[in-house]
Design a protein around this ligand. Structure first.
Ligand code: PXP
Length: 238
């Protein structure tokens, strides 16, 4: 059975909308752990649009489950990772204009640059995972790099508009997953997974960890909304 990595980026997105101190991703991490999260994931983006340096530092200190740091192949963020020593780093492509991480890392094209970054991280004992599309050539390149894990990008599966396309994307993930496991790579998956589409992905043989963020934060807003309004109502109607 796969482990659940809970991505807290969008708790920080709500906070950054007001540049205030709530909701605090650190509080969310504690609740996520109580809820059964097997690891906490955050993406420290170069533009710091949601998660801040202080969040990563504190999460590294307080988290009792592993901290998976998503980051671009960047010297600045690599330095931070080397000093904080998260349990895992997931290298992702990053473009400033994108809404979220829109595609997998192109390991074939950026092999040397990724190798240099992965070697530095692995040199201090951090497990490195590469976020890639379900493509066999990318998996082979990841294997050549000697990283511990890959995370298959499930976005195309999640975004598929017809049952036929969903099936095509699901099969790509299953086959790429089998190939990764056969090569001895740890298999993670994530992006766009929701309460409706996650089950089939969780059932794929050999999946080690699923990383899920937006859908959990969205659900939390809704399942907690009624209680939050009641609590405010009590304060204003005394
Ligand atoms: N995995 C990776 C590598 C990601 O970049 C993201 C988004 O930050 C996720 C998983 C989680 O995606 P979502 O928020 O759609 O669940």
């Amino acid at each position: 059975m796969p482990l659940l990595g809970v991505n807290l980026d969008h708790v920080a997105t709500i906070r950054q909308a007001r540049l205030t101190n709530e909701p605090d991703p650190i509080h969310a991490a504690v609740l996520a752990e109580i809820g059964g999260a097997d690891s906490i994931t955050v993406h420290l983006r170069e533009d710091r649009r949601h998660i801040q340096d202080r969040d990563v530092r504190l999460l590294r200190e307080i988290s009792r489950v592993g901290l998976n740091l998503e980051m671009a192949v960047s010297d600045e963020i690599t330095k931070i990772a080397l000093s904080l020593l998260p349990h895992q780093v997931t290298l992702v492509p990053e473009r400033r204009a994108e809404l979220t991480t829109e595609g997998g890392l192109d390991v074939l094209t950026h092999f040397a640059r990724i190798q240099q970054c992965a070697d530095q991280l692995q040199g201090v004992g951090i497990a490195v995972s590469l976020f890639i599309d379900p493509n066999l050539a990318q998996i082979e390149a990841a294997k050549k790099l000697g990283v511990t894990a890959i995370e298959l990008h499930t976005g195309a599966y999640a975004d598929a508009q017809t049952p036929k396309d969903t099936e095509i994307e699901f099969n790509k993930l299953r086959e790429a997953g089998q190939c990764a496991v056969a090569q001895g790579l740890r298999l993670n998956m994530g992006h766009g997974l929701t309460y409706r589409n996650v089950r089939r992905i969780a059932e794929i043989q050999g999946v080690h960890e699923l990383n899920i963020g937006h859908s959990i934060v969205s659900q939390a807003v809704l399942v907690g909304f009624e209680r939050a309004v009641r609590e405010m109502k009590l304060l204003v109607t005394f």
